[in-house]
Design a protein around this ligand. Structure first.
Ligand code: ZN
Length: 494
């Protein structure tokens, strides 16, 4: 009621009823987003989070001087993020793609809330209400006033041809899985409510977490013995003869008749030794755990006790091998020797796949094959020839090499230890064995094998572990699905 008082005289006051306007719910959407401190070395985030990123579907990023979406088939990717969604929504006739959270029982995730404004918004009495589809997911707070998020200030994002106005509430909402797990994907619905008006304006999908898998990681110390002799050949008009001598944990490279190559240069700080690999394996254990738990897979390095890793050993005895010799010896070593085409200042040049299969044969002579991935720790650099006709020169140096993803791979060779690009190599290679291809993989057929990737992204532009980027740390939701389908390497533990 509004009271108009004339000359302060109550007798003359007139009372006018307030205007009965319909309560007006402004149009906006709510998206859950990963907080900016997700990839922070000081904090361990034990959950997976994925969503349809703007730069994947809008022409925002510039690649080779062209502004383009990072995914080559945008419609197909949108279809991916519509898949498995419970009770899909399309608020105000706008396409909506929920984000995905994977969370183990007993764990929590604190997320950002992004409010996408479809019209000018005002600080009114509208509330955001969160409703979980299961009692095993707790949301804190369960209700937020719209004005709280609006107070963070309006921002505008460039989407190429269009823009989006939005508000971002940092670390606004905490979701905890407690008191039980669920066998089906769950959801958290977001409602906007003002007076009697209520609209569903957002959703977070929660990945089913009843089944947790275990990935055993076994580390195998490869000992080289004997020597490899590369007979004299012409390099830049000069006769070069070289020899690698191996003894326990040491590799000696002798380049004969070559002042220009002796001593070998090491431009990127390469130290491929067993002890460096062991340090790497042990230092990156926490990271590897954190990456695999995104897909609700527990990464378990096999240990003798709590601290000490259980390194297995195999011997590769080259005896006095001369490249070009006839080879008649036995399983493993035959294949390895035949794979070697050259030696040079940075190690063994070979067909890496054949070399790895040779190691596998030697390993399986001594140890029975168990579920999980075995990593061969190599005492020297193993690499492809520098300019082979059949292999892209980009990949002449690989940090690691995984067995063919179609042959129920379970062996990885850690091939080249150096100070760059190394943190994710172990996880990346294990994920290859578990069926993931590169993020930039295109449909291809090679040697009778057909590879059809689910999606293709521009090489080197994403944070995905299967990309060739500098900083990679996440798996996508469809990769969680794929990793978990590996019933050869994984053991169901719960
Ligand atoms: Zn790879």
């Amino acid at each position: 009621m509004i009271t108009i008082s004339e000359s302060g005289n109550p007798k003359n006051s007139i009372q006018i009823p307030a205007l009965k306007r319909p309560s007006s719910l402004k149009r906006f959407l709510v998206h859950f987003r990963r907080p900016s401190d997700y990839e922070n070395n000081n904090v361990t985030k034990e959950y997976g989070f994925d969503w349809l990123r703007d730069e994947y579907i809008y022409p925002i990023e510039t690649v080779n001087r062209r502004t383009t979406p990072l995914c080559t088939d945008v419609e197909r990717l949108k279809g991916e993020y519509s898949r498995d969604v419970t009770d899909p929504i399309r608020p105000y006739e706008v396409d909506y793609y929920p984000a995905w959270l994977s969370l183990k029982e007993g764990k929590e995730a604190t997320l950002d809330l992004e409010l996408e404004a479809l019209e000018e918004l005002a600080e009114d009495a509208t509330a955001l209400i969160f409703e979980s589809s299961t009692p095993h997911l707790q949301i804190e707070p369960a209700q937020i006033n719209l004005s709280e998020i609006l107070q963070t200030g309006r921002q505008t994002k460039n989407l190429g041809q269009t823009t989006r106005d939005y508000y971002l509430g940092n670390n606004t909402i905490t979701i905890t899985c407690t008191g039980g797990t669920f066998a089906e994907h769950q959801q958290i619905k977001v409602f906007a409510q003002s007076g009697a008006q209520r609209e569903e304006v957002g959703k977070l999908m929660i990945y089913h977490n009843q089944d947790i898998y275990r990935l055993n990681a076994r580390f195998v110390q490869v000992n080289f013995k004997g020597s490899i002799h590369m007979p004299s050949r012409k390099v830049d008009g000069m006769d070069i003869e070289s020899k690698l001598n191996f003894s326990e944990n040491t590799v000696e490279i002798n380049v004969i008749n070559s002042p220009s190559l002796n001593p070998p240069v090491d431009p990127i700080g390469m130290e491929t030794t067993i002890s460096n690999w062991k340090r790497y394996v042990e230092d990156t254990e926490e990271k590897a755990k954190q990456k695999f738990i995104q897909a609700l897979i527990e990464y378990v390095p096999i240990k003798k006790n709590q601290r000490k890793y259980d390194y297995r050993k195999i011997n590769v005895d080259f005896k006095k091998f001369k490249i070009g010799d006839n080879i008649e010896e036995g399983p493993g070593i035959n294949r390895i020797k035949r794979s070697i085409t050259e030696i040079d200042a940075d190690g063994i040049v070979c067909n890496m796949r054949e070399f790895l299969l040779g190691l596998r044969e030697i390993y399986e002579e001594e140890y029975t094959s168990e579920p999980g991935v075995a990593f061969f720790l190599m005492p020297t650099v193993i690499r492809y020839p520098k300019n082979p006709s059949d292999i892209d020169t980009r990949i002449k140096h690989l940090d690691g090499f995984a067995e063919d993803i179609f042959s129920t791979g379970r062996y990885v060779m850690l091939a080249r230890h150096h100070k760059h690009f190394r943190e994710m190599t172990l996880v990346h290679e294990a994920a290859h064995n578990m069926g993931l291809v590169h993020s930039f993989q295109v449909a291809t057929e090679e040697e009778g094998i057909t590879i059809v990737p689910e999606h293709t992204f521009v090489n080197g532009t994403t944070e995905n572990i299967m990309d060739y980027s500098l900083n990679t740390f996440s798996f996508w939701k469809y990769q969680w699905d794929k990793l978990r389908q590996d019933n050869h390497d994984l053991e169901l533990i719960r």
